[in-house]
Write a protein that binds this ligand. Structure first.
Ligand SMILES: *Cc1c(COP(=O)(O)O)cnc(C)c1O
Length: 424
């Protein structure tokens, strides 16, 4: 028995499913989760001492790789000065200023501790601002686990085939309307029919696997929301600082009314943020009537990690390098699949990607679901055996970091070659 297997047995006795977040359990790909002992750069070591090239990056935050020395140094210095005060600090002002500069649609931001809190709070604010109740989300969109967003959900819910969740009241679910990704007319039809507080989208779908917006789709949402005075919320928890320094809104040139940030913004520690137009953020307490709070919001360690990460990302050439590495990897995987005669849709935006095991284009959740998830599982395990750690589900994005070297990519493509051969 390996150390990971031993730990997983112990974990299952005291933690539901043995994990603290469902997708970690590896149920969709078979086998058991690895217990991780440490990470350095683009590499991970499990508790049995086996080394992996990591393309999960803690599900997105680690764009600089594991244990980046400057981030570590900032966290250690912050910790030495006290880990939490529940009072304002200079560094959180610096982070808020930096966020407003890097993401120009943000006039004001509020820091929170998770992406879930960011989207939940943004929607409460949008509802307070518009004095309307219903929201629209995308079928397969994942925005964390707030009740109103656990309807037709992606990520772990999609992976486990649970599109909603027990425990969400009918009343709550009724206020969330869902439409297919990339279908503008479905949004238009609802907005025409009834008042809607907010449309929330991941501007690049990431939680059904990586599915980019069709040309004109985001701009179309912008026009519709402006016309019907509905708040357009971009959930950039995954795409923020990932697909471009200014997020997907910079990449596609579309300004939302509100933005949710998470993952990279905390540099691997628990920080997230929501913000938007000044007029909307004026609704947030203590300025306005919408209540939202947090004991550990703006935590000094998380702020130090986030601030340091974003400053490093601001250096010239960062996104060009990420693009070049990601291009090489995904084009390479696509070519190897073709060589092996394996039908694969290699979707990618910047450094986020998913290889869908499907013969037809993946444009939305319905087409993503036509992928051969069992075949993906066999490929995933073949890659894992060859020391490549990917997202353990067909319906998740994987990530390239700035720490991945040419040698890492070459090793990964070598492994992919053998993994595709093993499938056929
Ligand atoms: C990860 C994610 C969330 C949830 O963030 P947590 O920090 O896990 O609560 C919300 N929205 C999107 C788009 C995400 O990818």
């Amino acid at each position: 028995m390996t150390r990971s297997q031993e730990l997983f047995e112990r974990a299952q006795r005291v933690i539901p499913g043995g994990v603290n977040s469902p997708v970690r359990a590896f149920r969709a790909v078979g086998g058991e989760p690895l217990f991780i002992a440490r990470g350095q750069g683009a590499h991970l070591w499990d508790t049995d001492g086996k080394e992996y090239i990591d393309y999960l990056g803690s599900w997105g935050p680690l764009i600089l790789g594991h244990a980046h020395p400057e981030v570590l140094d900032a966290v250690v210095r912050a910790a030495a000065a006290g880990t939490s005060f529940g009072a304002p600090t200079e560094q959180e002002v610096e982070l808020a200023e930096l966020l407003c500069r890097l993401v120009p649609s943000l006039a004001k931001v509020r820091l929170v501790s998770s992406g879930t809190e960011a989207t939940m709070s943004a929607l409460r604010v949008a509802r307070g601002f518009t004095e309307r109740e219903k929201i629209i989300k995308i079928d397969g969109g994942y925005h964390g686990h707030a009740d109103c967003l656990l309807v037709a959900t992606g990520s772990g819910a999609a992976t486990l085939g649970l599109p909603g969740s027990a425990g969400v009241t009918r009343g709550t679910a009724q206020d969330t309307l869902t439409v297919a990704w990339n279908d503008l007319s479905a949004v238009a039809a609802i907005l025409e029919r009834e008042p809607i507080a907010a449309v929330i989208v991941e501007p690049v779908c990431g939680n059904i696997g990586c599915v980019p917006p069709r040309p004109g789709y985001l701009a179309g949402l912008r026009d519709l929301c402006t016309r019907y005075r509905t708040v357009l919320v971009f959930d950039e928890v995954m795409t923020g600082f990932r697909v471009a320094l200014g997020g997907a809104q910079a990449l596609y040139g579309v300004q939302p009314d509100m933005t949710c940030l998470g993952k990279i913004v905390g540099g691997g520690l628990p920080a997230a943020a929501y913000g938007g137009r000044a007029e909307i953020m004026a609704c947030v307490a203590p300025d306005g009537p919408v209540y939202q709070a947090g004991t550990l919001s703006g935590n000094p360690l998380a702020v130090a990690a986030g601030l340091t990460t974003l400053r490093l990302l601001e250096r010239p050439g960062t996104y060009e390098k990420l693009e070049a590495t990601s291009h090489r990897l995904i084009e390479g995987i696509g070519a190897l699949a073709r060589e092996a005669g394996v039908a694969l849709q290699a979707n990618r935006v910047g450094s986020m990607f998913t290889g869908f095991f499907s013969g037809s284009e993946v444009l939305d959740y319905a087409s993503a679901k036509r992928s051969d998830a069992a075949r993906f599982g066999r490929w995933f395990r073949a890659m894992l055996e060859r020391n490549i750690y990917l997202a353990p589900s067909q319906f998740e994005a994987a990530f390239v970091s700035l720490a991945h070297t040419d040698a890492d990519i070459a090793r990964t493509l070598e492994a992919a070659h053998h993994a595709f051969q093993a499938l056929t």
